[in-house]
Design a protein around this ligand. Structure first.
Ligand code: DNO
Length: 392
């Protein structure tokens, strides 16, 4: 696995020097300053790339070139945005960057209700509390039709949860959910959020899926010509939120996607933490079935409970069988090597980490402090070496 680390750009508190010391070889980064839908020019790409290379690293993966909402809804200027997307891929390819992560989550990218859940050892983790989400939906957003999406018991519990919150907690919950987590590219005020949700009133799961498939069909000739591996990131969490469909959540979703657009350039970011939130996702089976098109790995673990809450666990603990996943990744790499495939080292980044030690006193991007991720990377590296050295 090619060890990588996400970097949010020159303003990231976690510097490239830190990333290098963590032992990562490849940087995962994006031009966050360019508004969604606009073309990334060669000049801007090169400038960012030069900063990374001066630090002795390479820019191996783009995470993400975001998909404009118009493309997801197929409204407005979606055709222009698809053409712009193709141009961005061509420009990235010109600069020698061939792996592009993206997602197709409507309105919200990854979502958590709490960004600093204190764990037993004093470190903090990102978490998702189901009653907080429901209370937000029912009593803070006051989404039309929200009542129809929950049982009477769920509404009762959510109401009690809402009543227990003070103004500050309501503010903080609202910020966590809609202000935009790092890399999400989009954040909303309450009014904008409601408007965005409204845009999906006529878009059901199958319609959204067809929009994704149409987008990919339009993109593939360019991706193939430019040798760009597109790798879609799963929905996080992997189910519908706020009554809006999500279509990259389950084994059936990815089967449908890759059946519809079989090109290997239509690939996957295998995020164990996202898929792992659903107990009905058999990660190893999903990985093995689509291994040849997994172009990027996000390795992290989540711990879920019966009610639907989850939080980020230590990388080698929680619900993900990380030993099995690392072994599966190494197996795929060996297979590619034997087939003579050039991409036989898959970029892997330790995803999210606990805020811990000195980082507890720093303001870093939630989930993206240095030490927690460094710990995750070190554990994953050790696990990989152990597997390789023990007769694998
Ligand atoms: C969160 C990230 C996501 C991811 C995008 C990919 O930590 O994994 O924001 O970057 O969904 O487009």
């Amino acid at each position: 696995m090619k060890e990588s680390f996400r970097w949010y750009g020159p303003n990231d508190v976690v510097t490239l020097a830190t990333i290098r010391q963590a032992g990562a070889k490849t940087v995962v980064s994006a031009l966050h300053n360019i508004p969604n839908g606009e073309v990334w020019g060669v000049k801007e790409i090169k400038a960012h790339q030069t900063i990374i290379e001066k630090a002795g690293l390479e820019w191996g993966v783009v995470e993400s070139v975001p998909i404009h909402e118009d493309i997801k809804q197929r409204i407005g200027d979606f055709e222009v945005y698809i053409e712009n997307y193709k141009k961005t891929l061509e420009n990235l390819s010109r600069c020698g960057i061939h792996t592009v992560c993206y997602n197709f989550m409507p309105v919200l990218d990854w979502t958590r209700t709490h960004l600093y859940k204190t764990l037993e050892d004093g470190s903090t983790a990102l978490s998702y509390e189901i009653n907080a989400l429901r209370a937000f939906d029912l009593y803070i957003v006051k989404r039309v039709h929200a009542q129809q999406d929950y049982s009477a018991q769920e509404i009762y519990v959510a109401k009690r949860y809402y009543e227990s919150l003070d103004d500050l907690q309501i503010k903080s919950l609202t910020k966590s959910i809609i202000a935009g987590l790092p890399g999400a590219e989009e954040g909303y005020t309450m009014e904008q959020f409601n408007k965005q949700i409204g845009g999906y009133s006529n878009i059901d799961t199958e319609t959204l899926r067809s929009h994704l498939i149409e987008f990919l069909k339009a993109l593939m000739p360019t991706a193939e010509a430019c040798k760009i591996n597109m790798c879609i990131h799963p929905d996080d969490p992997p189910y519908s939120l706020f009554g809006i469909p999500r279509v990259v959540s389950s084994a059936a979703d990815i089967d449908l996607l890759f059946d519809a657009v079989p090109s290997l350039n239509n690939g996957l970011t295998f995020c164990t933490g996202s898929f792992g939130v659903r107990a009905d996702n058999n990660l190893l089976e999903m990985f093995t079935k689509h291994a040849e098109r997994i172009h990027f790995l996000h390795f992290r673990s989540t711990q879920r409970d019966e009610e639907g809450n989850f939080h980020e666990a230590n990388h080698l603990e929680g619900d993900v069988d990380m030993y099995a996943m690392v072994k599966a990744a190494l197996t795929e790499e060996r297979k590619r090597k034997n087939l003579g495939r050039k991409d036989c080292e898959i970029p892997m980044r330790p995803d999210h980490g606990h805020q811990m030690l000195d980082d507890l006193n720093k303001t870093t991007n939630p989930g993206y402090s240095a030490i927690g991720r460094l710990k995750g990377l070190a554990e994953l590296r050790g696990l990989a070496m152990g597997i390789m050295r023990s007769g694998f």
